[in-house]
Structure formats: structure tokens, C-alpha cells
Design a protein around this ligand. Structure first.
Ligand code: PLP
Length: 398
């Protein structure tokens, strides 16, 4: 049997070997049922729900999330996704001409685009630190970032878990090293909630954004932005709405503005407590046990694939969470309109295996990424490892 018995909690198609939780998550049935209940309640009396009840409901979801991520509820704003969290911070930070903003060459493309856009508008310079992959230890991440700091560096944008390479960055050490040099840190923790333990107050980064719709398995459109108290006054949401001239004084303008960005569906955020309860109840030991399960499963998957390809593991086990990337030999270019790697297309079309194959630019590298979530099982990675060498040969450049 290749499927986990826990897969029955998800709607995932049993005909597909789904090894890509990382891209968009996957929401379990009980959480979707909860979302339907919230939506029905909203539509029974939309004004009551969205005007009078919503604030208390969001506060209650925010309280549960705050406890889970080790933060104060007042420092948390809901956003629809981590891309929005990163954009919100970058638009709000007072950068001026001549400032430098630092990023690694493993930054997620969408957020790098946001950084380039804002830097160009403010006349700031984007400095890119090269982080190697494969790599042997955390020092190979920290050293190039520290070496790229200058007296003009205002901010580092860094992923907690990198997208293409699936590395858990040594985020505490990075934040400490930046603060020691007077550099503020925006942590893109898109993959972090549910994959790695979070203590945001203790971490002390100026800004931290994380998705709940990836490893916490909430409905899509559920994420948060944590802003350290001393940086909240400068924060403005991407959408200016009623909060901008609110006369209320019972909560911060940061909270008032963030909580209403125009009419939208807030139910993905309201499902956070249910998702936490669901994941916490999947195995004895709760979410911590689930994290450990996913980690050992993805490490086993990586071992099987590396063995099939005859290569060494490209990163230390200490830097792996529930994602693992494995270098592949160079392949053919993908074709328009999606430019998907031909091997990725072939894995899906011929074997019904869903996973991403991604590139890193300098030097050009081609990476296969696997994910492990509760619904996955060892047999799925065995199957991948068994078909991979043949499909690599069949899709190799002429
Ligand atoms: C590091 C990183 N940042 C941001 C994102 C974007 O997440 P979202 O599309 O939910 O905004 C991702 C998505 O995989 C990611 O890996």
C-alpha cells in the first residue's frame, strides 16, 4: 500500500501521488466543512456577520494563532498570503535613495520582484548574497549574508524556509547577526507555520509573515503579518480603507487598518483554530509529533531519491523541515506558456506523480523538490525513486 491511512482526511485524488504540499498546501475535509459553516452563517445575515461580529471572531482566531506562534495578538495582522505580507512591509518601510536592501539569491521570485520594485521606486540598491546549494552547514548561509552588509544596509529580506531549495535557514542566528549590525529583518516565513516551531516574540525580527494555508492546512487565503511593536506606527496596509481615519482609540491603528481592507471573505482566517485542533489530533504528541513525522518522511524520501540518482544528500539533515530538494542533471527547457520542466510534465502525465522541478540561476541548477505531509507515505517516494532514472533518461537533452 502506498497511501497513508491519514489521507482519507483530505480530498486529494487517490489516483495522484501528491508530493507537492509545499506549493499550495491541501485543506482537510473537516476544515473545509468548518469553512462552509462560517460561510453559511455569514450569508444568513451578512451585515450582522461582517459589521458587528467579525471583529470578535477575528480576535478569537488571532488569539489561537498568537499562542501557536509565540506572539502577542496585538502584534498580528491577518493577510491573505505571505506575498501580501512581504509587499505590505516593503511598501511601508521608509527607504530612501542610497539605502541598500539585502536579499539572498534563493529568495522566492514573487517576493524578490516586490523588493526590486520598491527599491527601484525609492532609489535604493538591491544587494544579493550568494548562498550555495548544495551546502554542508549553516555557516555557509550566514557568512555570505553577513559579508554583504554595509553601513547603508537598512533591511534584510530572508526566507525562513527557502522555496526552491527547501532549506530551513538558521533564522535566529541570522536575525542576531543583522541586529548586531543595525540591520532590520523581514522574515518571509511562508512555509514556517506548522513546519518549524515558532517563537516570534523571542525571535525579535522586525517583521515576520507566514502562511497558514501551507503547513497548517487552512483554506487558501489565510496568512499573517507579525510586526514588532516599535515598528507598527509606520505600517500601512496595501489597501487603505475605513481604518485610516477611525476615531477609535481602543486598539492600535495597525490593528484597526489591517482588520478591514474592504469586503472580502474572512472565513479562511476563522478556520485557523479548527486546523490547529485537527493537525494536533492526528497523532499522539500533537503538532510537534506531526512535524517530526513529516521531517523523517521527507528525509527518507530524499535518501531514496538520492540513492536512485547515485548522489550525496545536498544539505545537512539539520536544515531540513518537510521539504527537500535534490539536484538533477541539466535538462531540456520547458515550453511556453508555462515553461514547466519536461520531466515534471512527464512525471505527471505518465506516472501521475505531482511535484515541482525548479531552477536556480547562478550557476544554473535544476532541482526536484519533494514534500511530506501527514497524508504521504514511504511507498510514494519508493515509487518516485523507481521511475525517476528512466524518466530522466527519456527527457534528457539530445
Ligand atoms: C518563501 C516563500 N515566500 C512566499 C511564498 C508565496 O506564498 P503565497 O503564494 O501564499 O503568498 C512562497 C510560496 O511557496 C514561498 O515559498
Amino acid at each position: 500500500m502506498t497511501r497513508s491511512p491519514l489521507a482519507e482526511h483530505w480530498l486529494l485524488d487517490p489516483a495522484i501521488t501528491f508530493l507537492n504540499h509545499g506549493s499550495f498546501g491541501a485543506c482537510p475535509r473537516v476544515v473545509l466543512d468548518e469553512q462552509s459553516r462560517w460561510r453559511e452563517r455569514m450569508e444568513r445575515e451578512p451585515v450582522l456577520f461582517l459589521h458587528r461580529e467579525i471583529e470578535g471572531l477575528l480576535d478569537s482566531a488571532r488569539g489561537a494563532l498568537a499562542q501557536f506562534v509565540g506572539a502577542q495578538p496585538d502584534d498580528l495582522a491577518f493577510v491573505v498570503n505571505a506575498t501580501t505580507g512581504v509587499n505590505t512591509v516593503l511598501r511601508s518601510v521608509p527607504l530612501v535613495a542610497g539605502d541598500e536592501v539585502l536579499v539572498t539569491d534563493q529568495e522566492y521570485n514573487a517576493c524578490r520582484n516586490a523588493l526590486d520594485h520598491i527599491a527601484a521606486r525609492r532609489g535604493a540598491r538591491v544587494v544579493v548574497a550568494h548562498v550555495p546549494f548544495p551546502l554542508r552547514d549553516e555557516a555557509e548561509v550566514i557568512a555570505p549574508i553577513v559579508a554583504a552588509v554595509t553601513p547603508r544596509t537598512r533591511l534584510l529580506l530572508v526566507d525562513f524556509v527557502t522555496s526552491q531549495t527547501g532549506l530551513v535557514m538558521p533564522i535566529r542566528r541570522i536575525v542576531e547577526a543583522m541586529h548586531a549590525r543595525g540591520v532590520a529583518v523581514l522574515v518571509d516565513g511562508a512555509h514556517a507555520p506548522g513546519m518549524v516551531p515558532l517563537e516570534l516574540d523571542a525571535l525579535g525580527a522586525e517583521w515576520f509573515t507566514g502562511n497558514c494555508h501551507k503547513w497548517l492546512c487552512t483554506p487558501k487565503g489565510s496568512a499573517f503579518l507579525h510586526v514588532r511593536r516599535d515598528r507598527q506606527a509606520e505600517m500601512r496596509p496595501l489597501v487603505i480603507s475605513h481604518g485610516a481615519n477611525s476615531r477609535r482609540s481602543d486598539r492600535s491603528r495597525f490593528r484597526i487598518e489591517a482588520d478591514w481592507i474592504g469586503t472580502h471573505d474572512p472565513t479562511p482566517w476563522l478556520c485557523i483554530p479548527t486546523a490547529l485542533r485537527f493537525l494536533g489530533g492526528l497523532m499522539p504528541g500533537g503538532i510537534e509529533a506531526l512535524r517530526a513525522h513529516n521531517r523523517s518522511l521527507v528525509l527518507e524520501g530524499r535518501r531514496l531519491v538520492c540513492e536512485a540518482l547515485g548522489i550525496e544528500a545536498p544539505a545537512p539533515e539539520a536544515m531540513i523541515g518537510s521539504l527537500a530538494s535534490i539536484p538533477l542533471p541539466p535538462g531540456k527547457a520547458g515550453e511556453a506558456p508555462l515553461f514547466l520542466d519536461p520531466l515534471q510534465v512527464r512525471l505527471f502525465d505518465a506516472e501521475r506523480i505531482e511535484l515541482p522541478i525548479m531552477g536556480l540561476d547562478s550557476p544554473p541548477r535544476r532541482l526536484l523538490r519533494i514534500s511530506a505531509q501527514a497524508y504521504n507515505a514511504r511507498g510514494e517516494y519508493v515509487r518516485l525513486a523507481a521511475v525517476l532514472p528512466r524518466l530522466l533518461r527519456e527527457t534528457a537533452p539530445d
